[in-house]
Structures are given as structure tokens and as C-alpha cells.
Design a protein around this ligand. Structure first.
Ligand code: AMP
Length: 433
């Protein structure tokens, strides 16, 4: 099937062609005709499937090419994170390049003033995170009573982040007559409930079960002691001459610390997490995409939905508490038909987390042992602390005490480590499934 068979207008097709897309992805093939017919949609699709164009293109077509009056928002897209809001806004601008449609993003962490000015000037499409949008609603800066199309993007993530009450509040502001599109990677009972209340006789679309995306990613587990992870990572990046690596941490604090250490190792690194101002987050992402920094250390929330083209390496420096997050993390690599590797550095404390992930994947992840980084069997497992429930601003630091071994140290002496370092090479890896 070609794009021009989907019923999209010439200017949208031109914008798509300029992106170099040749054929629509499965979600686009399925969703676009239904949306153009005015149906509500319940779509099971995660980032990387092309879902953004899947709802943005028909939305632009439906909105037509007449800008609306002041403060008349006609389409509202809710996303869980600021980054995703910015990305979706970028897509609306990319695909709506040949239309006078005005779109803006609204999120917290930045001054509300410029947002208010922009809303007053007139905007057709708002892409927002729930908290700041509600602030604007409460202060009567924005009127949502003209919204014709409402999109909940990454609904599962929004519920995980505790946004359900905000979402319900926002829905109350919308007119009864509207088209609703709900996108979610997973379908829990809560999502089904939300969908039942929100959607009217929706077309249900499920593209490529989540493992299909994941199957293109070469996944490996490197068992290693916790205190030696940083050293191993630096070495892998250096030896493999990796130029673009996305590294995941569980906490903001951990992300900052690792970024600092990698910079000390001479590897240009920045961190991206909910504790950073929007300016710093945008800058870090831009520098990473442009190749100005080699490593971006991220927490799950900040990285959610990040679209970085052809990302070759994803490293789980720490495994996530929620197994689904593993799937989201490794979905950052091997995008749009590219191959990629996802490496998890797993210490003894994380055995249970690994097991949960393997259960979700319904298969084991091959283990590779790096000579010189053999695990010290004397180290006992400690529970991985979960910290407080996740808030939109990101997970809390999970500070915990280090375990000592008989010699008071968790790692071999410096000389031994240097010898081990010399011995490390990718070809020397032994693979055990
Ligand atoms: P998404 O799932 O919306 O985050 O999109 C993932 C990536 O796929 C983005 O980089 C898009 O630019 C890209 N993409 C979207 N549609 C297509 C297509 N039909 N062909 C190739 N790439 C696409």
C-alpha cells in the first residue's frame, strides 16, 4: 500500500514524501482511514511504530486549512512527558508544513507567560502534558470547549505516572461531541476502563505485538558487580568506539552521578531527567542527536517516547523496576528497520528484576561474560529499593548502603583491574544462553 491510497490530501502527501517515507507503517495503514471516517480509535501501538504520523496526518486533514478563531482549540493531544509533547508538536509542524495550522506545546517546568500569550494569539492544536494544561484551565487562560479531536498518547504511561485524575478533569472541559483517539502500548484493566468511558464504539487496532519490535534488537545481559559497572561501560564505549549511546538509570541522582563519572573518563556525556529544567533537557537531547555528546544518561520518564533516529546502542546500566519499561527502553534502538543492540549490566541485586523481564518477554536473554569482570561470588544480594511511587517529575533516588565483603572491598585491587582491562575484548566474550 502507498501513502496516496490512504485518502490524504496532496499537501500532506508532499510533506510525507519530503520525510522520505516510502510506505505507510501498519499503524498508519490501519488508523488513518478510520480516523478520516470520523471514528474513535483504540490503538495498541508503542513508540517506533509510526503512530505519531498515524494520528497527526488525518488530524491535520480533518482540521482543514482554515485557522480557527482566537482561543478556539480544535485538537488536543495529551502526552505523558514534555519531551514527547515537543516531539509530537514537531511532527504536527513537519506534516502540516503546507497548512496554516497553528500548533503549540504546553508543559510545566517553563514559564507560563509565553504560553498564555501564544494561546491568546490563537492556536488550533495543543499538545500538552496534563498538569500545566490544567493550570491554564483553572486560570481560565484556555478554553477547551471547542475541541473536536482529543488524542491520549501513551495512555498507559500516563496512568503509570498518576495522571488519571488530571485526565478526567481535562475530559470534563471538552465538549460532548468530539472524536477520541487513545494510544497505548499495553492494555491493563485501568486502560480498558478509561477507554470504555472515553471512546464511542471505537475501531480497535493492534499492530505488531510488542515483541515484534523488540525482536530486531540484539539483547544481551552482562553479569557484573554493581561497583564495576561504570568501569565496564566506559571500556565498552571506548573499545567499541561507540559514538551514540543511550544509558538508562533508575534514578535522577544515579543519572547525574554516572554522567559526571563518564565525563571524568573522557567520554562526553549529559543526563536527562525530570529534575532538570526544560532548557537543559532540550539542550542535552539536541547535543546527543547532533553527535556533540556520545552518551545520554536518562531515567525512564525522561526517555519515554524519545525519538532518536538510528540509535545503535542502548545500555541498561540499571534494570527498571517495571518490566514493561525494559521493552520501552530497548525500543529506542533498532528503529525503522535498523539493527541495534541493547545491553544490560546486571548485578546480583537485580536477579529478580531480570527474571521478571524474561517472563514478560517469554524468553531468556543471552548472557555474555566479559573476561576480567567476573562477578565476585562473595557479594550478597541486597534488595533494590523502589523509592516513593513515581511522580511525573521522575523517580526518586534509591540511595542505599553498599555491601562490604570479607576484605571490606567489593572489587579486586587496582593492578588486578588493570590486567583485567587489558584482557577485555569483544571477541573474547563467551556466550551462554
Ligand atoms: P513514532 O512511533 O511516531 O515515534 O515514529 C517513529 C519513527 O518512525 C519517527 O522517526 C518517524 O519519523 C518514523 N516514521 C513514521 N512513519 C514512517 C514511515 N511511514 N516510514 C518510515 N519512517 C516512518
Amino acid at each position: 500500500m502507498k501513502f496516496n491510497e490512504l485518502g490524504l490530501s496532496a499537501d500532506l502527501l508532499r510533506a510525507v514524501e519530503e520525510q522520505g517515507y516510502e510506505t505507510p507503517t501498519p499503524i498508519q495503514r490501519e488508523a488513518i482511514p478510520h480516523i478520516l471516517e470520523g471514528h474513535d480509535i483504540l490503538a495498541g501501538a508503542q513508540t517506533g511504530t509510526g503512530k505519531t504520523a498515524g494520528f497527526t496526518l488525518p488530524m491535520l486533514q480533518i482540521l482543514g486549512d482554515t485557522p480557527s478563531g482566537p482561543r478556539r482549540i480544535r485538537a488536543l493531544i495529551l502526552t505523558p512527558t514534555r519531551e514527547l509533547a515537543a516531539q509530537v508538536n514537531e511532527s504536527v509542524h513537519t506534516y502540516g508544513k503546507y497548512r496554516p495550522i497553528r500548533a503549540m506545546e504546553i508543559y510545566g517546568g517553563v514559564s507560563a507567560r509565553p504560553q498564555i500569550t501564544k494561546i491568546k494569539r490563537g492556536v488550533d492544536v495543543v499538545i500538552a502534558t496534563p498538569g500545566r494544561l490544567l493550570d491554564h484551565v483553572r486560570q481560565r487562560n484556555i478554553d477547551l470547549s471547542f475541541v473536536e479531536m482529543f488524542v491520549l498518547d501513551e495512555a498507559d504511561r500516563m496512568l503509570d505516572m498518576g495522571f488519571i485524575r488530571d485526565i478526567k478533569q481535562i475530559i470534563k472541559q471538552l465538549p460532548r461531541e468530539r472524536q477520541n483517539l487513545l494510544f497505548s502500548a499495553t492494555f491493563s484493566k485501568e486502560i480498558r476502563e478509561l477507554a470504555n468511558n472515553l471512546l464511542d464504539n471505537p475501531a480497535e487496532i493492534q499492530v505488531a505485538a510488542r515483541n515484534a519490535t523488540v525482536d530486531r534488537v540484539e539483547q544481551l545481559v552482562y553479569p557484573v558487580d554493581k561497583d564495576r559497572k561504570r568501569e565496564l561501560l566506559s571500556e565498552m564505549i571506548g573499545r567499541g568506539n561507540w559514538q551514540q549511546v543511550l544509558v538508562f538509570m533508575r534514578t535522577k541522582h544515579g543519572a547525574n552521578r554516572l554522567a559526571k563519572q563518564l565525563n571524568q573518563d573522557g567520554i562526553t556525556t549529559d543526563a536527562i531527567h525530570g529534575g532538570k529544567g526544560q532548557g537543559a533537557r532540550t539542550r542535552a537531547l539536541r547535543d546527543f542527536k547532533a553527535g556533540k555528546i556520545r552518551v545520554l544518561v536518562a531515567t525512564d520518564i525522561a526517555a519515554r517516547g524519545l525519538d532518536i533516529e538510528k540509535l545503535p546502542h542502548v545500555v541498561n546500566f540499571e534494570l527498571p523496576h517495571v518490566p514493561e519499561d525494559y521493552v520501552h527502553r530497548i525500543g529506542r534502538t533498532a528503529r525503522a528497520g535498523q539493527d541495534g543492540t541493547a545491553i544490560s549490566l546486571v548485578c546480583i541485586d537485580e536477579k529478580k528484576l531480570l527474571k521478571d523481564i524474561e517472563t514478560l518477554l517469554k524468553r531468556g536473554i543471552p548472557k555474555e561474560f566479559v573476561p576480567g569482570y567476573e562477578v565476585d561470588k562473595r557479594i550478597k544480594a541486597e534488595p533494590v529499593q523502589k523509592g516513593k511511587p513515581r511522580r511525573p517529575s521522575g523517580p526518586r533516588p534509591a540511595g542505599r548502603k553498599k555491601a562490604g565483603n570479607a576484605s571490606g572491598s567489593r572489587r579486586p585491587g587496582k593492578n588486578a583491574r588493570n590486567n583485567q582491562r587489558k584482557r577485555f575484548s569483544r571477541s573474547a566474550r563467551s556466550s551462554v544462553s
